[in-house]
Design a protein. Structure first.
Length: 250
């Protein structure tokens, strides 16, 4: 009797195991059918965040992602690498949002300076990356660097600061301006060899001189401009390159 009972238990255990395997197999088949033969996991929305310069259409085109794709079949690494090739995109993270959404979070590069390269306009970000090269100037309020020195660059590449050292220092100067919110706005920068001249949006020319003591000179310009504004005086020129004391030409 005991032997028959043990046999029955073994048979029942095998039946339960067989039933469990069949159930799991059936669930796997159903999952595959839902995954591949229905639209349940097809992408219905691609949410894009952090894009201020690029519109959604340009981001989607650059990524290679498409509405209607299966959310499991998209290659996130490829899509991220595609986006990172775009000159205006600094960083990106893509995540699936099951069952039918994808989230794209961007960090864009911002135009900081326009280099007037003999009639060709090179748009540069604050780190020196070339974002765009145009034959005409866009209608945008950005400082324009005018120089006789011709540079050869490519979009998405970083400027070689060893060859073009003044651009690095000019970007440092503009970064300080953006950080400190001075009372003046630089409209254009004229570079002649080692000396530069700043043209403010008020029309005042600043003979800045060499690109040294940049932070000190910017604070000094800010103090002078603030004082002149309070006195309602518009200076034609401010010279910082003639001795220790600035010279103001009204």
């Amino acid at each position: 009797m005991g032997r028959e009972s043990r046999v029955d238990r073994k048979v029942k255990k095998k039946k339960r195991l067989t039933l469990l395997i069949l159930s799991l197999l059936l669930l796997a088949i159903l999952f595959i059918i839902v995954l591949t033969q229905t639209t349940f996991f097809h992408i219905k929305n691609i949410d894009i965040e952090g894009n201020n310069v690029l519109n959604d259409e340009k981001v989607l085109l650059a990524s290679g992602l498409n509405i209607g794709e299966n959310v499991f079949k998209i290659d996130i690494d490829t899509a991220e690498n595609n986006l990172l090739r775009h000159p205006y995109i600094k960083d990106v993270e893509i995540n699936r949002r099951f069952p039918d959404r994808v989230n794209v979070e961007l960090k864009e590069r911002k135009e900081t300076l326009v280099y007037n390269n003999n009639g060709t306009y090179i748009y540069i970000d604050n780190e020196g990356y070339v974002l765009n090269i145009l034959s005409e100037l866009k209608e945008k309020q950005l400082p324009i660097l005018k120089s006789d020195e011709k540079i050869i660059v490519k979009t998405s590449e970083k400027i070689n600061f060893e060859k073009f050292a003044p651009i690095k220092k000019i970007l440092q100067m503009l970064n300080l301006c953006n950080k400190n919110k001075y009372s003046f706005v630089i409209q254009s920068i004229v570079q002649k060899e080692d000396d530069i001249t700043l043209v403010l949006n008020s029309g005042t020319n600043i003979a800045f001189g060499r690109l040294n003591d940049i932070e000190y000179k910017l604070r000094l310009i800010d103090e002078i401009v603030n004082d002149l504004q309070k006195k309602e005086i518009l200076a034609k020129e401010i010279h910082l390159n003639k001795g220790k004391n600035p010279i103001i030409v009204k």
